[in-house]
Write a protein that binds this ligand. Structure first.
Ligand code: ATP
Ligand code: LTN
Length: 332
């Protein structure tokens, strides 16, 4: 993987079963970008432990998330797929970057504020410094582009600020990355509380659709989705539930919002919800079939992450060595 194309880095935490939000906001773009960029897709297990995890569940989920990447179309022949804790460079670079990040910058992070409210009994230092580790993930690979959902924009901006600051003090060393956010579906909302982002760790299972939910469950969740009382299928800020369903439909059928609105013009909410559910079921079907096949092929999955780790270590060590040299550490 010598760099001729621009480089991409992205990752998802194995903190729960992947949701439709993760798919539409992130993975779908990852798959589409594979031919034009050199891509690294990571399962960020080190980020997941900022919230208390049961070890056996974390172990199982890490591999399941990896298999969902592959099942969704991430091709390990084209892209580097690896597990974050398999490259110790992330933690090492993170330390250097943390000495170049201000407490004030971290305390402005929305995700920190939200997660510390949600986990009041465990506001650990890792939760606070989490965005530095994320910056290290990205900067270690000199990534140009970071395809993520809208909620991660603030973190990518911090990574840019950290890179610029490092370059300012030590000379040009780190590529300043840019976020790549989808046009449709950058922020998929909960089916039950459409004012809230769809989240894989939502305690209410009806709020989010899992990529591995069976068709009946998916249909049931869409039938129960919260809309409003005026029966008009149009996207607008006053209609968060309907807008969200239109975004989901448009994203999984690759239509624009306007095309979808036209398609449902004059139809009732009942038919609309069924159509959205059916579109999601059929978009996820190939992924689910491939996931089942991969679950029976542990050796292949292991080969993928081992090969990924080798490449990731090679690339990120190059950056780490440069960084160490620039800051005045003696070479080994
Ligand atoms: P958690 O609930 O455990 O915090 P999450 O569901 O928010 O997790 P992450 O692992 O934080 O998911 O995010 C993985 C990727 O999916 C990120 O790029 C994020 O922006 C994207 N993403 C997550 N939820 C949504 C959503 N509702 N809409 C669009 N993109 C999303
Ligand atoms: N913080 C992200 C997950 C994440 C990530 C990254 C995304 C960790 N490292 C590097 C893109 C690039 C999240 O919570 N969704």
């Amino acid at each position: 993987m010598e760099q001729t194309k621009k480089r991409i880095f992205s990752g998802i935490q194995p903190s729960g079963d992947l949701s439709l939000g993760n798919y539409i906001g992130a993975i779908k773009n990852w798959v589409n970008l594979q031919d034009d960029y050199e891509c690294l897709y990571c399962i960020v297990d080190m980020h997941a432990i900022t919230v208390r995890q049961t070890p056996a569940d974390l172990r199982r989920r890490t591999l399941e998330v990896l298999m969902q990447y592959l099942a969704a179309g991430v091709d390990p022949e084209k892209s580097c797929v690896f597990i974050q804790s398999h490259a110790s460079t992330h933690a090492e670079l993170s330390w250097v970057l943390s000495c170049n990040t201000q407490m004030g910058e971290l305390s402005r992070m929305t995700q920190f504020k939200e997660k510390s409210k949600k986990h009041e009994d465990n506001i650990n230092a890792g939760l606070f410094t989490y965005p530095i580790l994320m910056a290290a993930d990205i900067l270690a690979y000199q990534a140009d582009l970071v395809p993520v959902g809208h909620d991660q924009l603030q973190h990518v901006e911090l990574a840019r600020d950290i890179a610029n600051r490092f370059n300012h003090f030590y000379g040009d060393t780190l590529t300043v990355p840019e976020a790549y956010i989808p046009k449709v579906g950058k922020r998929i909302m909960s089916l039950q509380t459409p004012e809230m982002k769809m989240s894989k760790s939502d305690p209410n299972p009806n709020g989010f659709v899992r990529l591995l939910d069976d068709p009946d469950t998916i249909m049931r969740k869409f039938k129960r989705a919260v809309t409003d009382s005026d029966n008009v299928i149009k996207a607008s800020p006053e209609k968060p539930g309907v807008t969200n369903l239109l975004s989901i439909y448009s994203a999984v059928t690759n239509k624009t919002m306007e095309e979808s609105e036209r398609e449902f013009d004059g139809k009732g909410y009942g038919d609309f919800k069924l159509a959205v559910g059916e579109a999601v079921v059929s978009a996820l079907k190939p992924l689910q079939t491939e996931f089942d096949r991969l679950s029976k092929d542990k050796a292949y999955v292991e080969a993928v992450y081992k090969k990924g780790a080798e490449m990731a270590n090679y690339l990120s060590n190059r950056t780490l060595r440069k960084v160490y040299k620039k800051i005045g550490f003696i070479a080994k």
